[in-house]
Write a protein that binds this ligand. Sequence first.
Ligand SMILES: Nc1ncnc2c1ncn2[C@@H]1O[C@H](COP(=O)(O)OP(=O)(O)O)[C@@H](O)[C@H]1O
Ligand SMILES: [Mg+2]
Length: 245
Amino acid sequence: MIAIKDLTVKYQTKNEEILALDRLNINIGKGDIYTFIGPSGCGKSTFLYVLSGILQDYSGSVLIDGQIINPKSQRIGLILQNYGLLPWKTVYQNAMLGVKIKNQPPVEEYSNYIFRKLGIDNLLNRYPKELSGGQQQRVALARAFILKPDLLLMDEPFSALDAISREEMQELFLNIWKENNVTTIFITHSVDEALYLGRKIVVFSPSPGRILKVIDNPCFQLDNLRYRDEYYDMSMKLRKILDKG
Ligand SMILES: Nc1ncnc2c1ncn2[C@@H]1O[C@H](COP(=O)(O)OP(=O)(O)O)[C@@H](O)[C@H]1O
Ligand SMILES: [Mg+2]
């Protein structure tokens, strides 16, 4: 379980102090998927930086299973908005980076399965600069999935994909989530994506980010979602909250 209390983050620039997150309080249950949605600049990425341990300059408390965040002892899979690939390493090396750092035993069978599923099995010897944005995004996904993390943090992970690949990746992600029941925080600015993938939906206010609402999502994994009344009601509700801020 993740317990967040009064989480506040300020950035100091030369001229001003920017309040990015303002006293966030939320508990996130083990094995659950939360989608976080909010307007650009409201602090979504900042929130993930804190949870992943990259950003340590915050006030308030963030505990994962009662412990302070420590990426060395906790297995945290992170997919950053800019993919976070190392340019001097091949696709294969980038994808295996997580398990290598953790000194985990080889996971050839599973990694091959993931490469195939993500459609990057023919790109393994290339370098990031030789890939399209969508392909780079898939490599970042592979790296996070192969790690079999306890906590999966995803920052708009499907944004660079075309509509069809995006739907494929959403399905793949849900399959992997079901196999491993990994606690997931999924950031998106798409109402549709929040509704399809989130068991709970957390709505952020415009900057400085505050939590406006945590919603139990009746649309989670419904078939033919778009044709359902629940979908219509929920997307209206979400848009209203987002509009009002
Ligand atoms: N390194 C930084 N220095 C100063 N301000 C920053 C920095 N990173 C983000 N910000 C500011 O903090 C706020 C939240 O940014 P961010 O977390 O990236 O939002 P989001 O991911 O929701 O678009 C924005 O106002 C942004 O301009
Ligand atoms: Mg962001």
